[in-house]
Write a protein that binds this ligand. Structure first.
Ligand code: ATR
Length: 272
């Protein structure tokens, strides 16, 4: 049996990654199994050693470990090194190499949405591991202005100094929102109840944002979603994170197995 896994914190039990990867493995490699591991931040180094010790065939990394794990793998792909976040670990002999398939996954999502980012104004909320991939993708695609706002403003500064974009405080998001074509939520927050420091932007949910064409929330599986409400009220399109989940998962699978799988094989188990 070959074992693959995703490493996260206690929220990893809600991950849809096992569902989609196990569906693809069942078709193509029936002796492979994909499981979740909830790992406390303090034990991350030991968890990475465990991947080696147990001979795990490949791993994903999810919230909140994507940035911290950079320090514990043996090497990084150039993309993971540039953005400073890892979502995929590929064993190579005795070493573990960290990759990032979120950038490609987000590119796939934009293409699926038929959204032309070149020359567009964009507001990204968040400054975590997933934000790095989204920002890197959008800068690479020639977006005009990419604003980055986050509860902890200093993290926006660090991120934009490294990758580009314009840092703004959450309180000032309402100043730029009227000129934004795309809003991407990369925080964990998809409802008023979860928010802290974000009520400003959530308060303008009922405004008419004339330029707004698309809102992407990289979260998925939420019963109510403030970002989808905001899109509906402004006649913009809304996409949650399920397509990106499938697209980055498909890219991880390709790194682990060398096989390219049709995106539909990853979408189907997610009900898409
Ligand atoms: P990921 O790897 O998925 O990006 P992460 O690195 O833990 O996850 O990042 C979570 C993001 O959500 C951060 O931008 C975080 O803001 P801080 O940098 O201020 O912590 C944001 N976030 C999480 N909970 C939040 C909340 N209740 N209100 C506002 N922002 C929140």
């Amino acid at each position: 049996m070959r074992v693959y896994c995703v490493i996260g914190d206690n929220r990893v039990v809600n991950s849809q990654s096992p569902r989609m990867h196990n569906s693809v493995f069942a078709e193509r490699f029936p002796d492979s199994k994909y499981v979740t591991f909830s790992v406390d931040q303090r034990n991350l180094r030991q968890a990475v050693n465990g991947i080696k010790a147990f001979g795990i065939a490949g791993a994903n990394v999810t919230v909140p470990h994507k940035e911290a794990i950079v320090h514990f793998v043996d090497g990084l792909s150039s993309e993971a090194e540039t953005i400073g976040a890892v979502n995929t670990i590929v064993p190579d002999g005795d070493t573990l190499i960290g990759h990032n398939t979120d950038v490609g996954g987000f590119n796939d999502l934009l293409e699926f949405a038929n959204f032309c980012s070149e020359g567009s104004n964009i507001l990204i909320l968040g400054a975590g591991g997933a934000t790095r991939a989204v920002l890197s993708s959008l800068i690479g695609r020639g977006s005009y202005k990419v604003f980055v706002a986050n509860r902890t403003y200093e993290k926006c500064l660090v991120l934009t100094q490294k990758l580009g974009g314009i840092p703004i405080s959450l309180e000032h998001t309402s100043d730029v929102l009227h000129d934004v074509d795309l809003l991407v939520n990369t925080t964990n927050v998809s409802s008023f109840q979860e928010a802290s420091g974000m009520t400003g932007i959530m308060g303008i949910v009922t405004d008419r944002l004339r330029r707004l064409k698309l809102i992407i929330d990289i979260n998925y599986g939420r019963d109510t979603n403030i970002w989808s409400d905001m899109a509906a009220l402004n006649k913009a399109r809304f996409l949650d994170g399920l397509y990106m989940l499938a697209a980055q998962g498909r890219r991880s699978y390709e790194l682990w197995t060398g096989q390219t799988v049709p995106i539909d094989d990853y979408l189907r188990p997610l009900g898409l």
